[in-house]
Design a protein around this ligand. Structure first.
Ligand SMILES: Cc1ncc(COP(=O)(O)O)c(C=O)c1O
Length: 380
């Protein structure tokens, strides 16, 4: 059997990860400023995480939700405290798309509606519902095309009002910070109006924090910068530091009946252990504060580079635009400086490093970025 040839890939085989470093099959080390699409939150192979997972491997890897799992209660308790959503309920899934799919299903069960309002350029995942809320026709098959989703521009308050006041929408879904589309976010007035209108029209406000959550923005969730509380928050990526785990925080006011949501693998023992370990490490190492501090330091330094036209984002979720090709800068960083970064279409360099990088790594990155920019400029 062959592997389906469906991903565009760098011709590099990664075999090892330690902290912020990944190593390829020839022994070359790379500084990881991308965390495999923002998944690595506490660093590759963190010793506490490794110890917790190894211990749990020897105890119980999996049993289904047909039996009580104390680790889910421990996770809910810790997640409630660290996120501020301590009065809400946790439902666990396996990925970001599955979390969003369940969020909209929950909303629809609650208010009986079926249309969704989303933001232009959003990315919510690849399952039928999630991809319908992702307005990129290139990744939308005819299957699922009957799912009704309308899109409005970020911060278009008039459109938000016009749509929500019809009371036709089950949910309004918004990324805390848009990642795939190039690091954009709604302004505080927009978020506040969304909160107000969702309440008055009984539309559920879903904050997709799959990329921007779990400390990455310098607060536990990026929407918390706007002083609002969502009805449902979706999480994945950094939640498990590489172990596939996703989840939904569902407001305690929202009542779901037994059996409305479900999954075989979601919330099993090993997945909970990974998610608990990530929170424990974040607390022991004060990683949210570190993320905010190092993020601000990076923003300040990046802005000083002449060819940088804009830096967007918060904490360690940053997008950089240049007066030269961002894609070429990314290629120079990996080929010549052994630094892995990501990009968002069309030309935005995207940084999603582990949350425990220090000023030393930030300085090494800035130094390499300046050199890479100069090379690209000289060759263009
Ligand atoms: C904001 C957001 N939502 C949802 C998803 C989908 O997550 P997954 O790939 O785990 O299904 C992603 C993935 O990039 C994302 O960035």
């Amino acid at each position: 059997m062959k592997v389906l040839d469906i991903y565009s890939q760098y011709p590099i085989t990664l075999v090892k990860g330690q902290g912020h470093t990944v190593t390829d099959s020839s022994g070359t080390e790379y500084m990881d400023f991308y965390g495999g699409h923002g998944v690595i939150s506490i660093g590759h192979s963190h010793p506490d995480y490794k110890a917790a997972l190894t211990k749990q491997l020897g105890e119980l890897v999996f049993y289904s939700n047909a039996f009580i799992n104390p680790l889910q209660y421990e996770l809910a308790e810790k997640l409630g405290k660290i996120s501020g959503y301590d009065k809400a309920n946790l439902f666990m899934a396996n990925s970001g798309a599955e979390a969003n799919e369940n969020a909209v299903k929950a909303a629809s069960f609650i208010n009986g509606r079926k249309k969704v309002l989303a933001i232009s350029g959003a990315f919510h995942g690849r399952t039928a519902g999630a991809v319908a809320m992702t307005n990129n026709p290139k990744i939308q098959p005819p299957f699922g095309s009957n799912i009704e989703v309308d899109f409005i521009a970020f911060s278009d308050k008039q459109a938000l009002k016009k749509h929500l006041e019809t009371k036709e929408y089950t949910a309004f879904i918004v990324e805390g910070i848009q990642g795939v589309n190039g690091i954009w976010e709604g302004d505080t007035d927009f978020w506040k109006l969304a909160r107000e209108l969702c309440t008055t029209t009984e539309t559920l406000l879903i904050a997709d924090e799959i990329q921007s959550g779990y400390g990455r923005s310098g607060l536990f969730f990026a929407h918390q910068y706007h002083g609002i509380v969502a009805d449902i928050v979706t999480m994945a990526k950094g939640m498990g530091n590489g172990f596939p785990v996703g989840g939904l925080i569902i407001s305690d006011n929202l009542k779901l009946e037994k059996g409305m949501l479900g999954t075989t693998f979601g919330g099993a023992q090993l997945a909970c252990t990974a998610a608990i370990s990530v929170i424990d490490v974040m607390q022991h190492e004060n990683l949210i504060k570190n993320t905010a501090t190092i993020g601000n330091y990076l923003i300040e330094k990046i802005k000083q580079i002449d060819e940088v036209t804009e830096v967007r984002g918060r904490g360690l979720m940053l997008g950089i635009e240049f007066s030269i090709s961002g894609k070429a800068v990314r290629t120079a960083l990996i080929n010549n400086y052994k630094i892995i970064t990501g990009f968002s279409a069309p030309e935005v360099l995207r940084l999603l490093p582990p949350l425990n990088i220090t000023k030393t790594e930030a300085d090494a990155f800035i130094d390499a970025l300046k050199k890479a920019v100069n090379e690209v400029k000289a060759n263009s």
